[in-house]
Ligand binder design. Structure first.
Ligand SMILES: Nc1ncnc2c1ncn2[C@@H]1O[C@H](COP(=O)(O)OP(=O)(O)OP(=O)(O)O)[C@@H](O)[C@H]1O
Ligand SMILES: [Mg+2]
Length: 150
């Protein structure tokens, strides 16, 4: 487990960028935190670190976005509006997780039991005007990301 202080928005983006440069095929990052914690900004940073040319944004009605054209394919899921785990199968998130892309999931608590055992959990919490991130690898594949250079 590692805690990183993020006093400004730029720091959230920069953490994402650093992660995006280090992620490998099969990386799964579950981003936790309340409304407005900075989850989408972190996902945008990950996209930038992966050199994804398309805009990473909060999906309105679409729950999963595929950004195929960066260093690795990036699947960005926002499960806030997910009705249940059944819906995930229709969305193709299973395939994404089994594949060689990178998966970033906002609101992973919607599908807690379904998440892969080995992933990187990131909790974003308010810390004064800024945020603090807690990075926890839940298995050996993701441990290297805990030690990311920021
Ligand atoms: N480290 C930080 N310090 C200060 N403000 C931050 C920090 N990180 C993010 N923010 C700000 O928090 C706001 C919300 O960010 P963002 O939309 O990424 O949150 P979110 O967790 O995705 O929210 P939601 O749950 O509504 O989708 C933005 O204005 C962003 O600039
Ligand atoms: Mg968001």
């Amino acid at each position: 487990m590692r805690m990183i202080r993020l006093p400004r928005s730029d720091d959230t983006f920069a953490l994402g960028e650093a992660l995006g440069r280090r992620v490998e095929p099969g990386t799964v990052i579950a981003v936790r935190g309340d409304l407005g914690a900075g989850k989408t900004l972190l996902a945008k940073g990950i996209g930038a670190g992966l050199a994804v040319p398309t805009r990473v944004q909060s999906p309105t009605y679409v729950i999963v976005h595929l950004h195929p054209s960066g260093r690795l394919p990036l699947w960005h899921a926002d499960l806030y509006r997910l009705s249940g785990e059944d819906e995930l199968e229709q969305l193709g998130v299973d395939e994404a997780i089994e594949g060689d892309g990178v998966v970033v999931i906002e609101w992973p608590d919607r599908v807690e039991g379904w998440l892969p055992a080995d992933r990187l959990d990131i909790l974003l919490e308010h810390d004064g005007e800024g945020r603090v991130a807690t990075l926890s690898a839940t298995g050996p594949r993701h441990r290297v990301l805990e030690a990311v250079d920021v």
